[in-house]
Structures are given as C-alpha cells and as structure tokens.
Design a protein around this ligand. Structure first.
Ligand code: FE
Length: 183
C-alpha cells in the first residue's frame, strides 16, 4: 500500500469501526483515540508520539476477535497486533510506544505508588490477563530500555482518555501527525 493511502485507510478505519465501545469504558474507541492524542499534544508530545497515542489501540480495531476477550480472561495482545500491523508503514517512534503501552501499565503498577488506584475497572481486569504487575526486576529492565519514557507517557494519556463527552479535535486534524510518523 502506498504511504499516503495508509493514512487514508487508518482514518477510514476509525471513522467506520471507531463507534464501537472501548471495552468496559464509557467512551467509544474513536473518542478514546482522539482524547489520547489530544492529551499528548497538550503536553507537548512530538507528532510521532501524538500519532502513537491516536493509534495505540488500533490492535483492537484490526483484530476481529477482540470483543469481550479481556472480560473472558483472554489476552489478545492488542499491543503486539497493533504495533506489528503499523510497522509496515510507521517508524519505531510510532510503533514502539504502542508495543509497550501494556508493559508500561504493568510497570507503573509496581513502581508508582497510587497508580493502581487510578486504573479503571476494565483496566484492572485486563491487567490480570496481561500478566499482572511486573516484578521489581522486570520493571528495572523495562525502565532501562530506550523508549520506555515514551511508552509511559502514552500509557498515562491512555488512562486519562476515558471521559464521556469530552471535546477534542476531529480525526482529520491528526492527518499531519500520522503522515509525520510514516517511514
Ligand atoms: Fe487504550
């Protein structure tokens, strides 16, 4: 697929499938994606990291068996599905925070006092099927990786992007962020 048409296709994917609810949360997949991206931009993230925030859950949208999986105790590894899918077209600055945003949650639960208490009920349920909190050693290894900081930032925006009725820029606004993240 040509580089630019993948951006069109992704925008179309969110426009068509983004109306589905974000499992167990009071927002749709599209609203969750838009709020994540808006938070990233408001905190000065560069364009690739804004794109990563917008696309961090694309694995749920491209996986036909994602529905209700976490609630059923099944981990579909949407972070790997999403990052793998996008890696054909997007730079690691986009795909790697996506690949690590679940590990970032597992790390933060261990390393940041009070973080667990901020998680939504659905996120606590998925934490369990995703392997639960990291051990202290696992967290140390995770934090020592290049790119860990970007993954932690995407994770924090992800956690906050669950507000019913919040106003954000629309999908088309993020076209340039997506284009900036292409290889
Ligand atoms: Fe998310």
């Amino acid at each position: 697929m040509p580089r630019m048409s993948v951006v069109d296709d992704l925008l179309a994917l969110y426009a068509s499938r983004g109306g589905e609810m974000y499992g167990g949360e009071p927002v749709t997949q599209l609203a969750h994606a838009l709020q994540s991206a808006a938070l990233a931009e408001s905190e000065g993230a560069d364009e690739a990291l804004v794109a990563a925030s917008l696309l961090h859950d694309v694995g749920h949208l491209v996986d036909k068996h994602a529905d209700g999986a976490a609630a059923a105790g099944i981990d579909r590894q949407h972070e790997d599905v999403g990052a793998g899918y996008l890696s054909r077209w997007f730079r690691p600055a986009v795909t790697e925070p996506i690949r690590r945003h679940v590990a970032a949650k597992r790390c933060l639960v261990t390393t940041e006092p009070g973080y667990f208490e901020t998680l939504s009920e659905a996120s606590v349920i998925s934490l369990k099927v995703q392997g639960g909190p990291m051990s202290a050693d696992e967290a140390r290894v995770f934090l020592a990786q290049p790119g860990a900081d970007a993954a932690l930032r995407v994770r924090k925006w992800d956690d906050l992007a669950k507000v019913q009725g919040k106003t954000t820029p629309d999908l088309a606004y993020y076209r340039r962020h997506l284009e900036a993240g292409l290889k």
